[in-house]
Design a protein around this ligand. Sequence first.
Ligand code: YH5
Length: 356
Amino acid sequence: MIQSDETIYIRPLGLVSGATARLMCADGQAVPLAGGPFAFTHGEVNSRDNSGNAQRSVRSVADLGDGLARLSEPRGSFAGIPLPDVGGQPLVMGILNVTPDSFFDGGRHADADAAIGHGRALRAAGADLIDIGGESTRPGAKPVSVEEELERVMPVVAALAGEDVPVSIDTRRAPVMREAIAAGARIVNDVAALQGDSASLDAVATSDAGVILMHMQGSPGTMQNAPRYDDVVFDVYDALAARVAVYETAGITPARICVDPGIGFGKTATHNLELISSLAIFHGLGCALAIGVSRKSFIDALVGPVRAEDRLPGSLAAMVMAIGQGAQIVRVHDVGETVQAISLWRQTGAVLTPLT
Ligand code: YH5
């Protein structure tokens, strides 16, 4: 029996797409996953009680009951941008680091004009969103003052938002969030889940911006020192669910939240693999789902040694695993290459047919 002190995690199984999915949905054999373009036929129902005892069973969607609605409901739009509910394709978020110590840009975009130019190039290459950040979260990165962060990002945010490019501001600081939103940024992407600055929750709640809620265990300087979990997928799920509840209490509706498991943020390579392979479980949080795997170190740990700038093939493979589980937003450095991969994935997988 399922006890009340148990948490239930449903992992969608049997993902189908295209005409098959439409037929199976019409027959009640499958239900849309987060509104489509995928549908799923079964759920792996996992329960965990307060003592950490876990149980697992597989049921068809007809027998899933509670929990199905949040997994299945269309997500609509996020921050005014339509999500790929039915027949659409995942959104590509291009990374624009405005940091002299950036791991990859190496200072090439430290200058505002160069950064704006790079942002325009990302947009031209097919980015649906541009994520602009002025602070490096790399271990050992030099801390920047709020003033310095504002000086770096604001000209770039203002220029790109002024050209109607959907802009996301990557920051842990409330003043940067407020100024960026005032200048037209539509999304706040905070790796500290609005806990890095006591005014952050209010800065987002009093705006109409969308927010990416990313999971991190620990803090950037020390998070990779022996990270551990009871069960990484369920622990990350619980942590995100708890923050979604806090956001809701503050007045941020789930429609404004996009959850993200935070690949590489306090995780071993094995933890990252488990999160990617069970990614669809996070649709159960009832929000849009984003993920960032681009050029991350776990690729090196798995197939290495391979330098950050040589990790595109691994990044694309992991990205395809994520969108194959219905992730709606992918955060990437290599926008043109990602757009090409998504285009081929869609066309070869026949995920074009609307489900309903
Ligand atoms: C993310 O996953 N990640 S910054 C180290 C690398 C390569 C890339 C050594 N901000 C995420 O991209 N925001 C970052 O190789 C993010 N989700 C969201 N929402 C880390 C990063 C990186 C670090």
